[in-house]
Write a protein that binds this ligand. Structure first.
Ligand SMILES: NC(=O)c1ccc[n+]([C@@H]2O[C@H](COP(=O)([O-])OP(=O)(O)OC[C@H]3O[C@@H](n4cnc5c(N)ncnc54)[C@H](OP(=O)(O)O)[C@@H]3O)[C@@H](O)[C@H]2O)c1
Length: 279
């Protein structure tokens, strides 16, 4: 009988829908978070990147979804030990990094990917583009206070991807060996600028929503002003550079390949999240 699937960040934006998908497929899931509470009815296990108890987390596990929660910048330092722990136990790893990290082998996330590839265990790498869910999780406070999304994206467009589609892609990668040894750039169905996305949100919310392109320092000032750490705010600012350069505009068929379904559009996401967006 197959073993359990360990899901890191199990109560997070990707983790929670992933746990749901896996349970629906009849898998036994260990849902990891610092608190170790059950998620969607799956057994919880306490796991903290700051002091990881790998023996407890990996007990009974033969596959793992490995991701770094938002707010952390030291991906190599935090994820490499997880890869090593999985490899020592011959656990298959589906690793979530980010679109574009393979542009340069010196990028920390890329180094984690390379460590996984070299580890010898079966693996799948998922590199999502900007999450559509950020409009709720990151940008909604700004929309509520100023009526606009204020980010340093210039006129760049991005093929935003729905966290539910990342989760469904991850569930496929974890439950079949068909995709082993491959990396997938996960995108939504179309590239949109922030002004276009703002228009879509405005229709759903029923109030005007604007887009204000700002510079990095203004952006960092806004984020630190709402309690986000300076390091993470600076990191977020730097990753808008690829957006301005047009590098996040590509559309792939990776979600369809992995799940058999087309990815959800920003409009679909906004409709499905209308209540939370209006709240
Ligand atoms: N947002 C984007 O547009 C985007 C785009 C591409 C790639 N990514 C990548 O996706 C990742 C974020 O994914 P996400 O939004 O799904 O994550 P998330 O929602 O921020 O993850 C939160 C989860 O992680 C747990 N967690 C937080 N701190 C922890 C710690 N120290 N040890 C163990 N667990 C901890 C949380 O539970 P507890 O708080 O209870 O521990 C919760 O289950 C980022 O690393 C980013 O690089 C994001």
């Amino acid at each position: 009988m197959a073993g359990k699937i360990l899901v890191l960040g199990a109560s997070g934006h990707v983790g929670r829908p992933l746990v749901k998908e896996l349970l629906a497929k009849g898998e036994v899931v260990k849902a990891a978070s610092r608190g170790g509470q059950p998620v969607e009815g799956a057994e919880g296990v306490a796991f903290d990147f700051a002091a990881p108890d790998f023996a407890a987390a990996f007990e009974g596990v033969d596959r793992a979804y490995v991701m770094l929660p938002g707010g952390y910048v030291n991906s190599k330092e935090l994820l490499t030990p997880v890869i090593e722990a999985a490899a020592a136990r011959q656990v298959k790893v589906v690793l979530q990094t980010a679109l574009g990290v393979d542009a340069d082998d010196s990028i920390p996330y890329r180094q984690v990917e390379l460590a996984l590839i070299a580890s010898g265990v079966p693996y799948v790498i998922l590199r999502p583009n900007w999450f559509t869910d950020n409009f709720l999780n990151f940008w909604k406070p700004g929309i509520d206070h100023t009526g606009a999304i204020a980010v340093p994206a210039g006129e760049g467009t991005s093929s935003f991807v729905d966290a539910r589609d990342i989760a469904a892609s991850a569930a496929s990668a974890l439950t079949t060996d068909r995709f082993d040894g491959q990396a997938f750039n996960l995108t939504g169905p179309a590239a949109l600028g922030y002004a276009e996305a703002a228009d879509i949100l405005a229709q759903v919310i029923g109030k005007p929503v604007g887009y204000t392109p700002i510079d990095d320092d203004t952006f960092v000032g806004i984020l630190t002003g709402v309690g986000i750490g300076e390091d993470y705010a600076r990191f977020l600012a730097t990753i808008f550079y690829p957006v301005r350069e047009g590098w996040t505009a590509g559309v792939t068929d990776a979600v369809k390949t992995l799940t058999g379904r087309e990815p959800r559009s920003v409009a679909q996401w906004a409709t499905d999240n209308a209540e939370a967006l209006k709240a």
